[in-house]
Design a protein around this ligand. Structure first.
Ligand SMILES: Nc1ncnc2c1ncn2[C@@H]1O[C@H](COP(=O)(O)OP(=O)(O)OP(=O)(O)O)[C@@H](O)[C@H]1O
Length: 556
């Protein structure tokens, strides 16, 4: 068992989240006057010990202390009460009432979706809690089923919203520069995803997602990566669930409007849900059905949403601290190496990593009118931009056919001198915009090829656009072949070339023959040849004569 301050003892972990671990704990002594609930020795409580990463951030510690009064003031039947805040060395902890029962996330997983009536009534209670906190100037910003605890009061499950203020603590300028944003993509409002100013409308959006999940068992937007989910929050409409009664769907749809100014206030949401619930039940009277069908008129947009401190136009409720009440002897007040009375005055003293001058420290807090304390864009903005950039690279872009390698017939290229392949041109830069871009229609054009040269630099990247099927690339006309050169004779006579050759050969042979006859001893050879042939003929006739004589002699 580990002590937390001098008043509490951690017993066993109940669960672990992104911002810390929740423990079952017991009270050792009655807490000091600064605690909202002093408690009794032996009482069981729940203590959320914030992650070291948060606890060691001076901005977070300061905010933790400054928000003490707001968090401790927040009391409502549907809000888990924060009893005390403990700062001790590098430890930050929230002491809460222990809620005996599962959280809504676990309950949904184990029991499946709610009936429409039950979903409406449960969400109405969440809306009550939100309305109470918004009235106090506190926006939850991390509404999700895991932050709704279901207190088992014997007869029914009583929903209680927890983790107020944690998202704001975790959204420290120092942390957001280095770490992932603390939050849950499936429940994030479009304006939060884009790093735009946030108001209480983000909680109404969260309530809409939660209601959708109660009805269907899963949130409306999911994806393989956080960025994919965020993109859907920004660009996609939730899929209509046919089993959800029309009036209830109207409520869901209004809460999930992309434009925060079109979402109802938490008060109106609670009223609307309580009007819808009886009208969609099996025992609904005609009047109840009519009232439910007219629910749209109850969902008027919030005329004065509560701004989230640190975003433009926001008043920071944590700036107003109740005076005094601190005791140096109380461990929840004492910071290492300080010894001063007021927690906010001792904060930037020695012993805290990143601690600095108190005056300077208060300057880094986000204040009304902007995000002066934050340097550089929100990490989600960077991630979203990166995702957009990736998409932009895969957009269908019109390409000059003369530059499109897919449209060329293969041909060999002579490597330039040095034998290196030609270098690719660097891609044109994208417009650096964070805001949502107006979709632009891609119109395939087919001007004459010579004139078609879309300047790539001017091409505005498009979001999720219909990519027209690629037309088969028009092949370039083959170059006209030069006509083969033929004879100068304009009249084409078949075989003339061959005849001319033959005549030339005959003439040449005749000349050669005449020269040989006249200039060589051919003639005398022929005369001699005649004698030779006659000699042979004589020889043959004498032989035949002799043979015939032989035959005649033997016969006589
Ligand atoms: N007051 C409480 N009483 C009883 N159990 C609690 C209480 N608060 C939280 N728990 C339990 O501790 C678990 C973890 O709580 P935690 O708020 O850290 O989780 P999370 O909401 O998922 O995380 P995070 O909000 O930091 O992302 C809860 O799911 C719940 O079961």
């Amino acid at each position: 068992m580990r002590p937390v301050g001098s008043k509490y003892l951690l017993e066993e972990p109940l669960g672990r989240g992104a911002t810390g671990t929740v423990w079952r704990a017991s009270q050792r002594e009655t807490a000091g006057a600064e605690a909202a609930v002093p408690g009794q020795p032996g009482e069981t409580v729940a203590i959320k010990v914030l992650k070291e990463e948060l606890a060691s951030d001076a901005d977070v510690v300061m905010r933790f202390l400054r928000e003490r009064s707001v968090l401790l003031m927040l009391t409502h039947p549907n809000i888990v009460r924060t009893r005390d805040l403990v700062v001790e060395g590098d430890l930050l902890a929230l002491v809460m009432d222990l809620v005996d029962g599962p959280d809504l996330h676990r309950y949904l997983r184990e029991n499946g979706p709610f009936t429409p009536v039950a979903a409406a009534l449960l969400t109405a209670q969440i809306a009550d809690a939100l309305a109470a906190s918004h009235a106090q100037g506190v926006v939850h910003r991390d509404l999700k089923p895991a932050n709704v605890l279901l207190k088992d009061d014997g007869e029914q499950l009583h929903p209680m919203l927890t983790d107020f203020g944690i998202a704001r603590l975790a959204d420290s300028p120092g942390l957001t520069r280095t770490a992932e944003f603390v939050g849950t993509p499936a429940y994030v409002a479009p304006e939060s995803a884009e790093g735009r100013p946030q108001t209480s409308a983000v909680d109404v959006y969260g309530a809409g997602i939660l209601l959708y999940e109660l009805l269907t068992g899963r949130p409306p937007f999911s994806g393989a990566t956080s960025l994919e989910v965020l993109q859907k929050h920004l660009n996609e409409e939730p899929r209509r669930i046919t089993t959800v009664p029309e009036p209830l769907w109207t409520v869901v749809e209004r809460c999930l409007r992309k434009d925060p100014d079109q979402r109802p206030s938490a008060v109106n949401l609670a009223t609307a849900l309580r009007t819808v619930a009886p009208g969609i039940g099996v025992h609904a009277t005609p009047a109840q059905v009519d009232a439910a069908l007219g629910v749209a008129s109850l969902l008027a947009p919030d005329p004065a949403p509560t701004a989230v401190p640190g975003t433009p136009g926001a008043a920071d409720p944590t700036q107003v601290l109740p005076a005094g009440g601190s005791s140096a002897a109380d461990p929840t007040q004492v910071l290492p190496g300080t010894g001063a009375d007021a927690p906010t005055s001792v904060l930037p003293g020695a012993g805290l990593p990143g601690s600095h001058d108190p005056a300077a420290a208060t300057n880094v807090m986000p204040t009304t009118g902007g995000q002066e304390g934050r340097q550089g864009p929100h990490p989600w903005q960077n991630q979203l931009q990166a995702a957009r950039d990736r998409n932009e690279q895969t957009q269908v872009q019109p390409v000059d056919p003369s530059l499109d390698p897919l449209r060329h017939r293969p041909h060999r290229q002579q490597p330039p001198q040095g034998g290196r392949p030609p270098q690719r041109q660097a891609p044109a830069p994208y417009p650096q915009q964070y805001g949502r871009q107006q979709p632009q229609q891609y119109r395939p054009q087919s001007p004459p090829r010579q004139q078609y040269a879309p300047p790539r630099q001017q091409y505005a990247p498009q979001r999720q656009q219909y990519a027209p099927p690629r037309q088969p690339a028009p092949r370039p006309e083959p170059e006209a072949r030069a006509p083969r050169r033929r004879s100068a004779n304009p009249i084409h006579i078949p075989g003339l070339g061959c005849l001319k050759g033959c005549v030339v050969v005959i003439v040449v042979l005749l000349i050669i023959g005449w020269l040989v006859w006249d200039l060589t001893p051919l003639q005398s050879w022929i005369h001699q040849g005649e004698g030779y042939w006659s000699e042979i003929g004589n020889g043959i006739s004498s032989v035949s004569h002799w043979i015939s004589n032989l035959g005649g002699g033997s016969g006589s």
